[in-house]
Design a protein around this ligand. Structure first.
Ligand code: SF4
Ligand code: SF4
Length: 368
C-alpha cells in the first residue's frame, strides 16, 4: 500500500496519479480574454481585437472563480493574449484574492501606466510575468512582427518594478530567436527579474501559429544543457516549462551538483524540481469560454467550468485521468524508466500521431 503523503508538503512530493488528483493543481492558467491591443502577426493565441465577443461576462467570470476556489486554494495565472484588455480585470483579481487564490498576471506589459501599477499593489497581485521574446527591440519586434513592442514592454516593466511587485520574464523560443538566449538571461538579471521562464515552442495546439521552426533535436538538447549549467551550476533561477526531456537531463547530470544542492545524494528525491509534462498533474488551462483543458497545447476538453464542478473536472474527467496514469503511455515512453517524471510532451504526441498517449516523437532517448 502507498504511504500516505504528509499534508502541507504538496510541492515537494513526486508527481503521482493519486497525489495530483487529491492535491489539485499547483496553478491554473486562465485565459481571461482572447483579445490583445497589439495583435502581433504571429500571435499563438490567434488574438482578437479588444471588444470582440467571446470572453466571459463579469458574472460568469465570478462564477468560474467561485468554482475553482471552492475546489482548491491555488495559484491562478490570468493570461490572455493580454489580460489587461478586460475593464474588470482588477475587480476579478481582487475577488480571486478574497476567495483565497494567489493571482499572477501574465502580460506583454505594453499598456502599463502609473494607474495600472497602483492597481497591482492595491489588489495584491502576487507576481507579474512579462513576456519578451528577444533581448533588444530588433530581435523582439522581429520575432513578433510588431513595432515598438520591446520599448513599450520595458517601460511597462519599469513601472512594475517601481511598484515593488514581484516580476519575472518569460520567453518563447524557436529556431529564430534561441541564439538570443544568453542575452535574454543577462537582460533578466540586469532588470532584476526574480526568474526567467523559458518555453521551447510546442508545434501543437496554440503553438502552431507561432513564428519560426522548431529546433532540431541535437540543438534543443545543447540548449537544455546550457540552461542546466546556468540554472544549477551558476545559480540563476530559470524555469523550463514544457521541455519534459529536461527532467531526464537533470537526473543524468545531477551528480555534477555540489552535495548540498543535490537531492539525489541526500536521499531526498522528493525535493527534486519537476520539469516533466505537468498537464493534469500540476496545472491545467481554462480557455476564454470556460472550457477546461490539460494545457493550452493539448486541447482535449474535460468539460466547462461554468457547468461542472472544477474538482470533478480535475479529479474525474477522462483526459485528466488518462494523463495522470503513466500506464497508459505507449511506444517507447511506455517502457521508459523516466516516464513517471518526464512522460514526454503529450501535445506533440497527439499532433503527430493523433494519440496523446503515444510516444513523444521529439525525444531522442532510446529506453533500454
Ligand atoms: S502536453 Fe505537457 S509538455 Fe506538452 S505543452 Fe502541454 S504541458 Fe507542456
Ligand atoms: S522516451 Fe518518453 S518518457 Fe522517456 S525520456 Fe523520452 S519522452 Fe521522456
Amino acid at each position: 500500500m502507498k504511504k500516505k503523503q504528509p499534508v502541507g508538503s504538496r510541492k515537494k512530493l513526486p508527481i503521482t496519479s493519486e497525489h495530483s488528483r487529491v492535491a489539485g493543481p499547483r496553478y491554473v492558467l486562465w485565459e481571461v480574454s482572447r483579445a490583445c491591443p497589439i495583435g502581433c502577426q504571429d500571435c499563438r493565441h490567434s488574438s482578437l481585437p479588444p471588444g470582440a465577443p467571446g470572453d466571459l461576462s463579469t458574472e460568469q467570470a465570478v462564477k468560474l472563480l467561485d468554482n475553482v476556489s471552492a475546489a482548491y486554494k491555488t495559484r491562478i495565472h490570468f493570461t490572455g493574449p493580454e489580460p489587461l484588455v478586460r475593464p474588470d480585470l482588477f475587480d476579478l483579481a481582487e475577488y480571486a484574492r478574497q476567495r483565497g487564490l494567489d493571482v499572477v498576471l501574465c502580460t506583454n506589459a505594453v499598456a502599463y501606466d502609473a494607474k495600472v501599477a497602483r492597481k497591482l499593489v492595491e489588489v495584491r497581485v502576487k507576481e507579474v510575468q512579462i513576456s519578451l521574446d528577444g533581448a533588444s527591440g530588433r530581435s523582439h519586434d522581429s520575432f513578433r512582427r510588431t513595432q515598438n513592442g520591446f520599448v513599450q514592454a520595458i517601460k511597462g516593466l519599469d513601472l512594475v518594478r517601481l511598484s515593488g511587485v514581484r516580476f519575472s520574464l518569460s520567453a518563447t523560443l524557436t529556431k529564430q530567436n534561441v541564439e538570443e538566449l544568453p542575452k535574454m538571461l543577462n537582460l533578466s538579471r540586469k532588470l532584476g527579474a526574480q526568474m526567467l521562464t523559458l518555453f521551447f515552442n510546442v508545434p501543437a495546439g496554440r503553438g502552431r501559429a507561432i513564428a519560426g521552426d522548431p529546433l532540431d533535436d541535437a540543438t534543443y538538447m545543447q540548449w537544455l544543457n546550457w540552461i542546466f549549467e546556468q540554472q544549477f551550476l551558476y545559480r540563476y533561477p530559470i524555469q523550463v516549462v514544457c521541455s519534459p526531456q529536461f527532467e531526464r537531463l537533470y537526473r543524468e547530470r545531477a551528480g555534477e551538483l555540489p552535495d548540498e544542492l543535490n537531492p539525489l545524494r541526500q536521499g531526498q528525491e522528493n525535493l527534486l524540481p519537476r520539469f516533466g509534462c505537468l498537464a493534469a498533474k500540476e496545472f491545467c488551462f481554462i480557455a476564454a469560454d470556460g472550457t477546461v483543458y490539460p494545457c493550452p497545447y493539448l486541447l482535449e476538453p474535460a468539460g466547462n467550468a461554468l457547468e461542472t464542478s472544477f474538482a470533478e473536472l480535475w479529479q474525474k474527467s477522462v483526459p485528466f485521468d488518462t494523463l495522470r496514469d503513466t500506464h497508459h503511455l505507449g511506444g517507447k515512453c511506455g517502457i521508459c524508466k523516466f516516464a513517471d517524471f518526464c512522460s514526454g510532451c503529450r501535445a506533440v504526441a497527439r499532433a503527430t500521431t493523433g494519440d496523446y498517449m503515444a510516444a513523444d516523437p521529439a525525444c531522442e532517448y532510446q529506453p533500454v
